[in-house]
Write a protein that binds this ligand. Structure first.
Ligand SMILES: [Zn+2]
Length: 539
């Protein structure tokens, strides 16, 4: 009798252990919407569909107060931070491009001279994640499942695909302007997968790039934007005025580059994402797969038109419709409740400076502090030209070899430059990064400056413009890169497997996203991660 009981107990335990395999979603879809300000969730809310952004907002978890915690707030550091859970001082993606302090060489974030293009042109193809000095949460998923999990990256922008997919990705694909195809590099393999060749052969880019951009609704119903023909908007090449219908036909001498500025850029990205899910059978195996999708056209159009343009309103209404069609695709392919989505942005964007000035708000162009004027000022003082190598990414890079060769006092040069910049209009602070103890800026700026400074790749002086001021961009449209909330307050929505319904207004950092994913998936945090899991969604 006892023996029978024991046998039964053993059987129950054995079957129990079987049933208790580690619960994980079948698929994670990471969506980064390039230059999506947090307030776009609400500015256009009334005309969003129930099945798009609103489905994530009302049925998922909304981290309302998610902030970027480093400088500069650019695309490459943003994508790197979301997926590594760490900041430029650690992951090394100090900007979209930077100067290597040791060699003086200019580097693009995903540039890699050791790889060759696969499926595309030389210009677009020599890319890899090798300049990123930390693992991503997608790498950690691969490690945690002994490489059984599949990881892919898709975006128009190379950096929006490569950095999220990490060092161990099965594939990362991006758009080649010269061919209209999604391509990769030899870092990932020596040929395109068949599904991608089939996708490229459909020539979707041909029809999308030549399609005029008209509004979804009558122009006079875009009540959240200024008039169509506004002086704050840039014109596409060949256009007489920045008005609908927009055409990229005037850009055809640049191949398919015009598609980047059109809603069709998002369309082709959604279609490529679906082709990848189907072609790689993502979410249908026994291990969790991960698809990183980044939507870049919102950023190109944002730079072109700024946040107050009908173009941006229409861009987001169209994206919402496409998202509302993409989610049912996931429901049918992977199964509702079997996948987890997070949606965030790599950075936001400022109001156009002219727009703000016309409305009596402080704003201005921060480009007055440039390389030439600094070198003229320093030559008068020290009798030597070319002391400053460049002013870039709101940072001053010095020509250290010139300073050494001319036996100048480095401290005197730096001090003079710092004091001169501090007196210029529109400058809040100048911080000497070799003397960070005297960084007297208020929090959170103080921490953001330290987090953003990469010893090998950042300039020595960090310039902080006043709110509303920005540089590195023309008078029309807008840009981003500063510490201010319009650039650093980003959406963060979670939805699907493992995600409760709710929201929090507690401050969450961009670095918490990867830590939360690691906790949700029961995998190790990326190896440079400084974020913390968002406990509210891990119930
Ligand atoms: Zn961006």
């Amino acid at each position: 009798m006892k023996r029978v009981q024991l046998l039964l107990l053993t059987l129950i335990c054995a079957s129990g252990a079987n049933a208790q395999t580690l619960p994980r979603p079948k698929l994670v879809v990471g969506i980064v919407v390039d230059q999506m300000r947090w307030d776009y969730l609400y500015r256009y809310y009334d005309r969003y569909e129930a099945g798009g952004f609103k489905r994530l907002m009302t049925k998922g978890f909304n981290c309302q107060n998610t902030m970027i915690n480093y400088l500069p707030s650019f695309t490459a550091p943003g994508h790197a931070c979301v997926y590594t859970g760490t900041v430029p001082s650690v992951h090394g993606i100090a900007a979209n491009d930077w100067i290597d302090n040791q060699t003086g060489r200019h580097w693009y974030c995903t540039e890699d001279t050791a790889v060759s293009p696969v499926g595309g042109s030389l210009y677009a193809g020599k890319m890899s994640p090798r300049n990123m000095h930390a693992t991503t949460v997608t790498d950690e998923l691969r490690l945690a499942t002994n490489m059984r999990s599949k990881v892919f990256g898709i975006a128009i922008k190379d950096r929006g695909s490569i950095l999220p997919a990490g060092h161990m990705a099965n594939g990362a694909y991006w758009f080649d302007d010269s061919t209209g195809n999604f391509i990769t590099s030899s870092f990932y393999g020596n040929r395109l997968p068949d599904w991608l060749t089939t996708f490229n052969n459909k020539r979707l880019a041909d029809s999308l790039v030549d399609k005029d951009w008209t509004t979804l609704y009558p122009l006079n119903t875009y009540v959240n934007s200024v008039e169509d023909n506004s002086k704050y908007e840039g014109k596409l090449p060949g256009e007489q005025a920045p008005v609908f219908p927009h055409s990229a036909k005037g850009m055809r001498n640049r191949g398919y580059q015009g598609l980047r500025y059109l809603p069709g850029g998002n369309t082709i990205t959604f279609e490529a994402a679906k082709a990848c899910i189907a072609g790689e059978q993502l979410g249908s195996g026994n291990s969790t797969d991960f698809l990183c999708v980044s939507f870049s056209s919102t950023d190109y159009a944002g730079h072109q038109y700024g946040p107050n343009a009908i173009e941006m309103e229409d861009m987001f209404l169209r994206m919402d419709k496409e998202l509302a069609a993409f989610l049912p695709y996931l429901d049918s392919k992977v199964g509702a409740g079997n996948y987890t989505i997070f949606l965030t942005a790599d950075h936001g964007g400022a109001h156009n400076t002219g727009f703000m000035k016309d409305r009596k708000a402080p704003a201005g162009n921060a480009d007055a502090v440039g390389t030439t004027i600094l070198n003229q000022m320093l030559e008068k003082e020290f009798g030597t030209d070319s002391i400053v190598r460049t002013v870039y990414n709101y940072q001053v890079y010095f020509n250290e070899d010139v300073i050494a060769r001319k036996r100048l006092s480095e401290n005197a040069v730096v001090e003079r430059t710092k004091n001169w910049i501090a007196e210029q209009e529109g400058v809040s602070f100048v911080v000497d990064m070799h003397d960070r103890g005297h960084n007297v800026t208020p929090e959170p700026l103080r921490t953001m400056i330290v987090n953003g400074y990469n010893r090998a790749r950042s300039g020595r002086l960090q310039i902080i413009p006043q709110p509303g001021w920005y540089g590195g961009h023309s008078g029309t449209g807008t840009t981003h890169g500063t510490w201010n909330p319009y650039d650093t307050h980003i959406p963060l929505l979670w939805y699907g497997w493992g995600i409760p319904k709710g929201e929090t207004y507690r401050k969450v950092q961009m670095t918490d996203i990867a830590a939360t994913l690691a906790a949700l998936l029961h995998i190790q945090q990326p190896n440079g991660c400084i974020g913390e899991p968002i406990a509210e969604i891990l119930k």
